[in-house]
Design a protein around this ligand. Sequence first.
Ligand SMILES: CNCCCN(C)c1ncc(F)c(N2CC(C(=O)NCc3cnc4ccccn34)C2)n1
Length: 406
Amino acid sequence: QQVVVKKNTQYNQQLIDKLNKPHQFWQTQPMPNINEMDKLKPGPIQLGVLAEVRKDPFNLIDKFEWFNVDLRNEEQAQQVYTLLKENYVEDDDNMFRFDYSIEFLRWALLPPGQYSDWLIGVRVNQKLVGFITGIPVTLHIENEQNKVKMTEINFLCVHKKIRANRLAPVLIKEITRRVHIKNMWQAVYTAGIVVPTPISQTRYYHRSLNAKKLIEVGFSSLSARQTISRQQKLYKLPEEPKTPGIRPMKKKDVAQVTKLLNEYLKNFKLYFKYTDEEVKHWFLPRKDVISTYVVEKEQGIVTDFLSFYNLPSQVIKNPKYTHLRAAYSYYNVATQTPIVQLMYDALILAKNEGYDVFNALDIMDNEKFLKELMFCPGDGQLNYYLYNWKLENDMLKPEEIGIVLV
Ligand SMILES: CNCCCN(C)c1ncc(F)c(N2CC(C(=O)NCc3cnc4ccccn34)C2)n1
């Protein structure tokens, strides 16, 4: 039924619209909705026509202007960092907010082949109030034949003070237009929220590395029979990793890591194929951004590798701590070392690098080690989305997903 409210303020009008026409914007997008799932055949939902792509940017409300962000420019990078630090994703209880660092953003958003107009800002009086990004990827979908050049969308953020201005849909339409202009017609993205129509719903798992701090910041809680010291003993880790020959990845390992990674990812229904150039960018260690360790056997043969990225969260109100240091599992390939042992070493290495918690999704082969290494399921769900592509069976199981978005 129509929702009616007494005071008919502009905000209430937005609320009425939301309640009576949910996903108003998403219904206009080429995402299969429930009732048409069965008659679409696998592949692109809409065929794009380059000549029909709008040549000029979408209109913004007055005083708002488009702005291509140059992340290499210190001042502009600072503006992006501050916008995200103060206005990006929070947990449901508003206790934590992601604090992506500038070096992390340069890693995530300046890969080989990046376009200068795919880091889109919106400014009011020189102040950044909106942001959305794309990077070019080649996604393999469900089989070797479907190699699709597309964009990976991320970091959609609107300043808290100017929400409910319908700026987010305009940011999405503008990045879509700029991707279309490059003759690309698909996108892949993730979100903690559910909008039409996830292709997979994955779950976060957490492995405590610093039990005391996790309890003190409210990330973990103690049940009646648990004590802090019991928890510390339970999650205690050895000082050094177990696997002989494990060491930080170096430039000389790139070729072997590329081969191991590309071979391994063929096991999944959604995965990227990496060139040496891309492995150099995404896996060579960067302090406080990405850590990659390889297992080198005799004669310099690399048989396995593990990797995790650094994404701290600001603890919004806590007398003792300002940040939660979280390591997120990235890509791990175990061909000789048992995966449980390799990931046990990942925990030890992350603990030694100062992390408080090690997070992993239940994608790829992760469920092979989650329980045994005492990961706990979190309340965070991460949904994967494919824009303008119909899958054979609409949904993929988490273990069929072979891509990690940061
Ligand atoms: C492409 N971008 C997706 C990745 C962004 N990532 C990492 C993310 N997206 C949604 C989540 F649900 C999530 N979770 C990690 C789990 C977790 O740690 N939950 C407690 C917590 C601590 N800090 C924060 C900050 C924000 C939200 C929850 N937080 C849940 N991670």
